[in-house]
Design a protein around this ligand. Structure first.
Ligand code: SAJ
Length: 406
């Protein structure tokens, strides 16, 4: 039996590779011809700890890459599910289109596993009607499963093997069968439940983290007002056995935590005060950082924006993903206020994506007076000596010397 993984991005690719490494016959499909060509040439499309090793093993086990959907018994869909900017609701277009492409080729009795995160109720609302429209009987001709992913960029391979998983299925037997498939690489508990519970639990996991980070960010603002050390205060509070506050930062980026809560806000606008407020607090952080940069410029009479350098463009440490990154949000805000010329550097980015982006760390440092650490990459942690003499705004609390904080 072959399994066709559809969508070879940040989630689909590592999952396909882990399945292939475990000995299953895997075909990876993506409509992006460049991406497929790159994978066929034996090159990866993004960097991730341990991914290269798994790639080698999956290739040795015969994983195939193609732009064509395959005639197989099991499909695993990991396509993007963005949200619509205005309504904040899920934009189901990629997942609908992938489902239709599967329906054009699949065998009777095929299992369709949706891994992409969707807002609760989306499978009933968008996916079932597509299947019925084509005359398929759900539960007979097609079996539906929702198996939302849980892995964290930066530690994906480890987490694929060690995180507990949720399998939502209409039919318990199918759920158990899919559980078997996943247990080929997942050594942790795999819970079988219904589809709606799987949809909802995934979205609230990320929402919970968003709210917790928002609490930390609000505390940072309160502490700034009265000159208290937020990190010390959180460290002490977390000694309480039932308290676990996350860390404040320059904002929440990535394609998960800053997106999923909006699904709930979009669908339940009257019931999501806390969730919406948390989103607003986290979205306000790039502005807070701008305020802190202004404070430091005033204190040290620096008037020239080109004397300021932003370190880190990715949404968090040690990944090369810039989606919804706080640093990009900050640059956008500056742009809106016609404040151009701030310098930028990120060691994990191999190409230039913004103006005034340096590709060499030393050249970048030579040109600036104030350094704003937006991301705590290992690279900067091991180069503390080089930045000690700058005025440093450390939004990630990583400096070993005295620096300005949030
Ligand atoms: N952040 C903080 N303070 C913290 C932790 C994170 O400001 O204490 C920021 C990060 O810098 C980053 C953002 O939040 O900008 C999100 O980063 P993250 O590391 O918290 O999470 P993601 O987006 O990389 O991955 C999340 C994970 N979800 C949870 O931990 C509940 C991951 O397990 C999910 O699989 C992933 O979303 C997803 O794909 O949904």
């Amino acid at each position: 039996m072959r399994l066709n993984v559809i969508g070879l991005g940040y989630i689909g690719l590592p999952t396909a590779l882990m399945l292939a490494k475990s000995g299953l016959k895997i075909v990876g499909t993506d409509y992006n011809t460049d991406l497929i060509r790159t994978l066929k040439e034996g090159k990866l499309t993004f960097e991730e700890m341990g991914l290269n090793e798994v790639f080698k093993e999956a290739r040795a086990n015969g994983i195939e890459f193609t732009t064509e959907y395959q005639k197989t018994g099991v499909y695993l869909l990991a396509v993007p599910t963005p949200y619509l900017q205005e309504s904040k609701k899920l934009d189901p277009r990629y997942v609908i289109s992938a489902v239709n492409s599967v329906l054009e080729v699949c065998e009777k009795g095929a299992i369709l596993i949706i891994e992409s995160t969707v807002s609760p109720g989306s499978i009933d609302k968008f996916i079932r009607p597509e299947i019925k429209k084509r005359g398929f009987i759900i539960g007979q001709d097609i079996h539906l499963v929702h198996a939302p992913e849980r892995i964290i960029p930066g530690n994906m391979i480890y987490e694929l093997a060690h995180n507990s998983r949720t399998i939502g299925a209409d039919d318990r037997k199918i759920g158990e069968y899919v559980k078997e498939l996943y247990s080929s690489f997942c050594k942790a508990e795999i819970v079988v439940t219904d589809i709606r519970s799987a949809e909802m639990s995934k979205v609230i996991e990320n929402t919970y983290r968003d709210i917790n980070i928002a609490f930390a960010n609000e505390l940072a603002k309160i502490c700034r007002k009265d000159n208290m050390n937020v990190y010390e205060i959180i460290r002490i509070a977390n000694k309480h056995p039932r308290v676990n506050i996350l860390q404040p930062g320059p904002g929440v980026g990535g394609h998960c935590i800053s997106v999923d809560p909006w699904f709930l806000v979009g669908d339940y606008p009257d019931l999501t005060n806390l969730i919406l407020t948390a989103r607003k607090i986290n979205d306000s952080m790039p502005n807070h950082v701008l305020g802190r940069i202004r404070d430091i410029m005033r204190e040290h009479r620096v008037n020239d924006i080109s004397k300021i350098g932003l370190y880190g463009l990715t949404y968090k440490e040690n990944v090369d993903d810039t989606r919804e990154s706080p640093a990009l949000q900050l640059l956008q805000k500056m742009d809106e206020h016609l404040a151009f010329g701030i310098k930028v550097y990120d060691p994990l980015l191999k190409t230039r994506i913004v103006d005034h982006q340096f590709m060499n760390f030393e050249d970048f440092l030579n040109d600036i007076k104030i350094l704003v650490i937006m991301v705590g990459h290992d690279h900067i942690k091991s180069n503390m000596d080089l930045i000690k003499d700058k005025l440093v705004l450390d939004t990630r609390n990583i400096c070993e010397f005295e620096a300005y904080t949030l």
